[in-house]
Design a protein around this ligand. Structure first.
Ligand code: SAM
Length: 328
């Protein structure tokens, strides 16, 4: 088992495979996109497999593929199939915006995918276009329905944004009455690739929950697993459940079991930390597996206690970064 300097067990890797995305969600990146890295600057699939293999030996057992939009990177499916074969990796999941062709869903099922997290901020086509600046709503809804039909464990991630999608909160909660889906409302975070700057949010998880409880006073609290990122609830009799993720309030850091490798191979042991150490450069300079393992351990034993401590140590404001380059 792998522990950090605060006694938290580390189990979970979020692996960003690309920074690129085919949507332009205004809270994530500017309309013109980000200064994308070229292919050489990104980890190759072989390098990712090597790092995951080492981390699996150290105690990481869950991997979630993210980005950018993972399906934008060529040959993602064969890569994921290889990843699913690594000894010690018990759960492999993916976060996607759902714009990929639905034919990939069968392949995900065949490789035993644990869950698919679908990012969907609205159930309204016009609002979808305003938020994402792209016209992919019908495709995403089709992708969602195909996931449900295929019986794949599905979560919907919804970033809650004042003036943009508050009217979607209740319809999304009510979707859980019909479908076996876990809808999670995420507080908006300051990582937006320079799109805008802000110091606080109004719609925190408490306010989101209050709005839901006013309409559905009988909602029941569910047991959250030990390192859950969300506080989970259910409408009595519903097929699915919903939750709130205090991503900005950071009340869940005490049980955080996650680390990230960015598409460029930087290690992030906290979402709010300064730039991470480059395992890409370390590997390309000839580091052995033993060297890499020791280097990982060095950083695992220096993890910030929480997102506030990590943020204090930053040299530049969060708004210069995007969740797409960090690996959301
Ligand atoms: N393209 C994939 C997707 O859409 O799920 C994976 C990458 S995306 C960056 C991962 C998640 O980060 C999405 O659910 C997205 O909504 C979320 N995200 C991006 N910027 C955010 C922000 N500023 N605050 C909160 N969540 C954000």
């Amino acid at each position: 088992m792998l522990f950090d300097n605060h006694g938290r067990q580390l189990r979970y890797l979020r692996l960003g495979v690309t920074e690129r995305c085919n949507l332009r969600c205004f809270y994530c990146m500017p309309e013109e996109g980000l200064p994308w890295s070229n292919k050489k600057q990104l980890l190759s699939y072989e390098e990712m497999l090597r790092l995951v293999g080492i981390l699996a030996k150290m105690g990481i057992s869950k991997v979630r593929i993210t980005g950018g939009e993972p399906f934008v990177r060529k040959d993602l499916m064969p890569f994921m199939a290889d990843l699913s074969q690594i000894e010690g990796i018990e759960k492999l999941s993916i976060t996607t915006n759902g714009t990929a062709p639905t034919r990939h869903i069968e392949a995900l099922k065949a490789m035993g995918i644990h869950a698919v997290n679908l990012s969907l901020d609205t159930l309204n086509k016009e609002r979808f276009h305003k938020i994402t600046r792209r016209d992919e709503f019908d495709q995403v809804i089709n992708f969602y329905q195909s996931l449900i039909d295929a019986g794949i464990r599905t979560k919907i991630n919804t970033v809650v944004m004042e003036e943009h999608n508050l009217e979607d909160i209740l319809p999304l909660v009510e979707l859980t009455q019909k479908d076996p889906v876990n809808v999670r409302f995420i507080e908006e975070m300051p990582f937006n690739g320079g799109s805008k700057g802000y110091q606080k949010i109004d719609w925190n998880y408490k306010k989101i929950l209050q709005l839901i409880a006013e309409k559905h006073p009988t909602i029941q609290k569910l047991d959250d697993h030990a390192s859950s990122t969300s506080y989970n609830y259910q409408i009595p009799g519903a097929r699915g459940s919903f939750g709130v993720i205090p991503a900005y309030s950071r009340s869940i850091c005490g049980t955080c079991d996650r680390i990230r490798l960015t598409p460029k191979g930087d290690l992030m042991t906290c979402l709010y930390q300064n730039e991470g150490f480059s395992f890409r450069d370390f590997m390309r300079q000839g580091a052995s597996d033993q060297d890499i393992q020791e280097k990982f351990m060095h950083f695992f034993k220096r993890r910030a206690k929480n997102g506030f401590e990590a943020e204090e140590q930053k040299s530049q404001p969060n708004t210069f970064e995007s969740m797409a380059t960090i690996g959301g």
